[in-house]
Design a binder for this molecule. Structure first.
Ligand SMILES: *Cc1c(COP(=O)(O)O)cnc(C)c1O
Length: 221
């Protein structure tokens, strides 16, 4: 009996089922395991199941794991403070929580200095005061996109969001926002939304990536 393998298999079955229900290809939905507050040994076991990229919330914790597991990729899904921008760029392959123009400028400057190329995602928050999880408003997107323009080292990959639990309209609103910006920029943008409790709704609304912690690894320490 392998607990992790069983849990992951059940999770993949949920994703497959949701894709089938909504007429989507299973491979159009990426499963990003979220390994915050999980030990490196468990991440290693997940790697043995074929997973290569892991989401981490804290720069310090993620950097330590990235150094312990140098063959794996880590992406930052937690809030980024300006003073942590350098270690974040050094240890994470993607920054998924870019939410203000000053941070974009800082990352662009550092990426040049460190000679690194990274994908960045804009974290959007259409719910304002309700969540306080970081993220820019819909009207704040433009300034960040402008701050990224002319910085070839940072590639805009898409939008990431953490809608409040139980907000049935949220995923559809995010999906429309993504469409609108794809049109405006004339490029494909990915959409990362959906977690352990709401991945089905997110897939129904067109999510390209679900970020799964507890349903993948079990409860966190
Ligand atoms: C913790 C976390 C997740 C995973 O949450 P689960 O409910 O454990 O699946 C996904 N995205 C972000 C931004 C997180 O902080």
């Amino acid at each position: 009996m392998n607990l992790l393998a069983d849990r992951v298999q059940a999770l993949q079955e949920r994703i497959r089922q949701a894709c089938e229900t909504h007429g989507r290809e299973v491979r159009s939905v990426e499963l990003l395991p979220v390994s915050k507050r999980q030990p490196s040994s468990l991440i290693r076991s997940a790697a043995e199941l074929g997973f290569r990229t892991f989401g981490e919330n804290y720069v310090q914790e993620g950097s330590t794991k990235a150094q312990e597991l140098p063959d794996l990729r880590f992406v930052l899904i937690g809030p980024l403070q300006r003073n942590k921008a350098k270690p974040a760029l050094e240890h994470f392959q993607e920054i998924m929580t870019l939410d203000r123009p000053e941070l974009a400028a800082r990352l662009a400057h550092l990426a040049e200095e460190l000679n690194l190329e990274r994908h960045v995602w804009l974290q959007v928050d259409l719910w304002g005061e309700e969540t306080k999880m970081g993220g820019c408003s819909a009207s704040g997107i433009e300034a960040i996109v402008q701050a990224l323009a002319g910085t070839p080292r940072l590639t805009l990959a898409g939008f990431m969001a953490i809608p409040p639990p139980g907000d049935a309209a949220a995923f559809g609103n995010l999906s429309r926002l993504r469409e609108e910006w794809q049109q405006r920029l004339g490029m494909a943008l990915r959409l990362s939304m959906g977690m352990s409790d709401d991945l089905e709704e997110a897939i129904a609304a067109g999510s390209d990536q679900v970020r799964i912690g507890t349903a993948f690894f079990g409860s966190r320490y």
